[in-house]
Design a protein around this ligand. Structure first.
Ligand code: ADP
Ligand code: MG
Length: 383
């Protein structure tokens, strides 16, 4: 019975791999000298095959079996630029065209989420997806003739269901944030959305947020592995040539998720009950939302169950290009968590997305447009 379900599940995901506009899921294996070749096989056609019946790892969920996880791509010993060029750069291009985009890093603590999203600040080759996206974005903007683009940046942390603004100024309370929805876009009220005129200014905002992230972690006495961080680039693009009132407004999110490891007795030692509950719950809610979005027949998607899913409402499924980078350790000691991450990944691949361009009206410009039209009509009549 279980095997039939499993077969159907993978048959289903395999079929859906053909469809466009769904969440792309890639796996990134953290480089290690102890790669578990006996247990993990990176097969052709971007499949990860896990043999869970070998060695000390034993049976996962009492099943002795080979598990096959079809993914969009598998990166093994891959450099940052390869990950960027293959799965992030298109999302940045689309964001400039007015489509929302989200890059999410999922996986157990230590698997490389922060390395992937933010990367090294010392080694230029090892800079992560955010600095690369900012560089790419401003390069494209600078070569644009027809459009005038404004870039703004926000950065927040979600810990124990509390939102913290990582770009709050000294005189502001970084915790007075509320989530609301406006015209299909999720808006976090009270969150600083700061103007970045160029790559350098945007990078400085990223570093400012990173510094505040460390300070916040010390103040609240928690490790980064227990919170979600969301860095958002807000892109507003207007035509220079046409005096059109239309402009596009899009969001590009980079999400460094909390560690996905099950917080068992030993791991949750030192955590309060509440803390352990929140961490487990918010990732479960993320999963529930993803499954509900994938099931097109389901009308209600429980976005409001957690701050994370509420904030990401316009960024998972629906109107968004999304890539999830599932980070894994390739070591046999971590096999159980690896399987859990890969299973989550295949479930994510069911999400059908239908990205829409976010075109908005500027009422002031619209009035100007009409005035211009009346003027020219009057001139025509007078002739
Ligand atoms: P996470 O954010 O998932 O807890 P980190 O990104 O902090 O994990 O990674 C843990 C450690 O492993 C860091 O020291 C990081 O620099 C290193 N690391 C992770 N992934 C890679 C990689 N692909 N290449 C080189 N070093 C990596
Ligand atoms: Mg991290």
């Amino acid at each position: 019975h279980g095997d039939t379900n499993l077969f159907q599940h993978y048959y289903y995901t395999n079929n859906l791999r053909m469809t466009h506009n769904r969440v792309k899921v890639v796996v990134r294996v953290r480089p290690t000298n102890n790669f578990a070749h006996d247990n993990i096989e990176i097969a052709e056609d971007s499949k990860v095959v896990v043999h869970s019946n070998k060695h000390a790892v034993g049976h996962i969920n009492n099943q002795v079996s080979d598990w096959s996880f079809p993914m969009d791509r598998v990166f093994h010993n891959a450099a940052q630029d390869s990950v960027y060029n293959n799965c992030v750069s298109q999302i940045v291009d689309k964001a400039l065209d007015g489509y929302n985009g989200t890059v999410m890093a999922y996986g157990q603590t230590g698997a490389g989420k922060t390395f992937t999203i933010t990367g090294s600040t010392e080694n230029f080759q090892e800079r992560g997806m955010i600095p690369r996206a900012l560089s790419h974005l401003f390069q494209s903007i600078n070569s644009m003739i027809e459009n005038s683009v404004t870039v703004r940046v926000s950065y927040m942390e979600i810990y124990n269901e509390v939102l913290t603004d990582l770009l709050a100024t000294e005189d502001e309370d970084p915790k007075t944030l509320t989530i609301s929805e406006d015209d299909g876009l999720t808006v976090v009220k009270g969150l600083n959305v700061r103007l970045a005129n160029n790559e350098e200014e945007a990078l400085n905002l990223l570093f400012e947020g990173e510094t505040n992230r460390v300070i916040a972690e010390h103040a609240l006495n928690h490790a980064s592995s227990r919170s979600h961080c969301v860095f958002t680039v807000h892109i507003e693009s207007r035509s220079r040539t046409q005096s059109s009132s239309n402009y596009t407004l899009s969001k590009l999110n980079f999400v460094d998720l909390a560690g996905s490891e099950r917080l068992g007795k030993t791991k949750s030692e030192g955590l309060t009950k509440k803390e352990a509950m929140y961490i487990n719950q918010s990732l479960t809610f993320l999963e529930q939302v993803i499954i509900a979005v994938a099931d097109r027949k389901r009308e209600h998607v429980p976005f409001r169950q957690s701050k994370l899913t509420h904030v990401l409402k316009d960024s998972i499924g629906g109107n968004c290009n999304t890539v999830m980078i599932a980070n894994i350790w390739g070591e046999s000691a971590q096999l159980e968590e690896t399987i859990s991450t890969l299973r989550f990944g295949t479930r994510m691949m069911c999400v059908a997305n239908e990205p829409l361009q976010n075109v908005h009206f500027d009422p002031v410009l619209l009035v100007k447009e009409y005035e211009q039209e009346i003027k020219s009509l009057k001139m025509e009549l007078a002739m």
